[in-house]
Design a protein around this ligand. Structure first.
Ligand SMILES: [Zn+2]
Ligand SMILES: [Zn+2]
Length: 447
């Protein structure tokens, strides 16, 4: 019997009782056929592959990553806590050396969830990969981590969370934002002043096939990973680039996905999108599982697979050649901020939570810092004209950024301007939340 070359853990959480609504693509039976396929193939009987149960993440673990307004309970269901818990379990298995690699086959997905969460956007509430990564850093120490997002949609939530973090390389391959939700992820989006070049976007043209994806992996992703030298590689494994996916326009195959995964060699993979639940997911997931375990996947094939029909045009190949050159040129010479050390960089964002119909306006400020990821302040308005404030003192913050953050917390509490104030202080491991009532002049007296 074939055995795994790389010991692999699979965490399966199909959330059979969670859906946005009955006809929505992100619905209960999304992983049903995958489960059948893996069982039919006898994947769990192969020596070296083992299934594990997910854990449930607690509020504190989510608050390492997100500012949730009004609070974690209001923007999550139990299914979200278990999906993120599946990713955390995967991380724990790999970090403790119980397995070499792990694949969290969980839903609901997470890669559109940004730093601030007011509700659901792009089927996502909380960011499973980011919660997993910050769990690793909190419990096992700082690590250089590369995330390669191979979902068809731009991983705008993960990009937003890591925009300023020089220790996290975020690479997203996706269908060009001019033709698909969420409409972002262009080459020029390459990270904030403290992490310029650490965000890499590769917007691919519709109808990109196996050849185009593999070229991008060989000519862009692998050379950048080689240069960054991460301790861990995480794959946000969205499967909606598949040629049968009902909400996208790509021509990628299950075997193509397996090959991509083999080349990437991720320690951790977390399922993202993929809505062709019968035609694609069972085959793509099987291909990824076999590739991660280092087992031959050449027999994995969709019943209607026709390589001739899926061959990408010459025009697309030429376009991708140019795109690879453009992305590499920018990675080698990322733009430099004109701001001096200690000055604040500003970003203004309008964010729409398409599922919940919430419009958010944000002003984000980050202290330009040569020594750390920089103090991050986010003023957010949603469902109210009164703003709330998030203050993040990042992991490994320098004393200037830490002190500036604590001073802003004191002053903001006294200013009585905010509906809520939240603090993520990774240096002192302090996670605080103040509502308006707690910022009254009476409590100010005790402060
Ligand atoms: Zn997607
Ligand atoms: Zn600093």
């Amino acid at each position: 019997m074939t055995s795994a070359k790389h010991k692999l853990g699979i965490i399966f959480f199909p959330a059979y009782d969670w859906a946005i609504d009955a006809t929505h693509p992100e619905r209960e039976e999304r992983l049903l056929y995958t489960q059948d396929q893996l069982k039919e193939e006898g994947v769990f009987d192969l020596p070296g592959i083992k299934e594990f149960k997910p854990e449930i993440v607690d509020r504190q673990t989510i608050e390492l990553t997100h500012f949730c307004f009004p609070d974690v309970a209001a923007v999550t269901t139990e299914s979200h806590l278990i999906a993120a818990g599946g990713a955390v379990k995967a991380a724990r298995l790999v970090m403790d050396g119980e397995v070499e690699r792990a694949f969290a086959l969980v839903r609901p997905p997470g890669h559109h969830a940004m730093k601030v969460v007011h509700g659901n956007r792009g089927f996502c509430n909380i960011n499973n990969e980011a919660i997993m990564i910050e769990f690793i850093r909190e419990h096992y120490g700082q690590r250089k981590i590369a995330i390669v997002d191979t979902d068809c949609h731009h991983g705008d939530g993960t990009q937003d969370i890591y925009w300023h973090d020089p220790h996290t390389l975020f690479i997203s391959l996706h269908q060009d934002g001019r033709t698909l939700y969420p409409g972002s992820g262009f080459v020029r989006e390459c990270g904030g002043p403290n992490a310029s070049g650490k965000t890499v976007n590769i917007p691919l043209p519709p109808q990109t096939g196996d050849e185009g994806f593999i070229k991008v992996i060989d000519e862009v992703v692998l050379p950048i990973l080689e240069d960054f030298q991460p301790d861990l590689i995480v794959n946000s494994a969205g499967q909606d680039n598949h040629y049968t996916d009902p909400i996208t326009n790509m021509c990628f195959s299950a075997r193509g996905y397996a090959r991509l995964n083999e080349k990437l060699g991720p320690h951790l993979a977390v399922l993202e999108g993929g809505y062709s639940i019968q035609g694609a997911l069972p085959y793509v997931n099987l291909g990824i599982v076999l590739a991660m375990a280092g087992i031959d996947y050449s027999h994995v094939r969709e019943p209607d697979y026709d390589p001739e029909r899926l061959r990408q045009s010459r025009k697309i190949t030429d376009y991708i050649d140019n795109l690879c050159r453009e992305v590499m040129a920018q990675y080698r010479r990322p733009p430099r901020s004109s701001l001096a050390d200690g000055e604040f960089d500003h970003r203004q964002k309008s964010i729409y939570y398409d599922t919940d119909g919430i419009a958010e306006d944000q002003v984000e400020k980050v202290m330009v810092c040569r020594q750390c990821a920089g103090l991050r302040l986010i003023e957010t308005r949603a469902l109210s004209s009164q703003p709330s404030l998030g203050i993040e003192i990042p992991l490994g913050a320098c004393s200037r950024c830490r002190e500036a953050g604590l001073k802003i917390l004191r002053e903001s509490k006294n200013a009585m301007r905010y509906r809520q104030i939240k603090l993520i202080n990774r240096v002192d491991r302090e996670y605080l939340s103040f509502s308006e009532a707690e910022m009254s002049p009476r409590s100010k007296y005790f402060f």
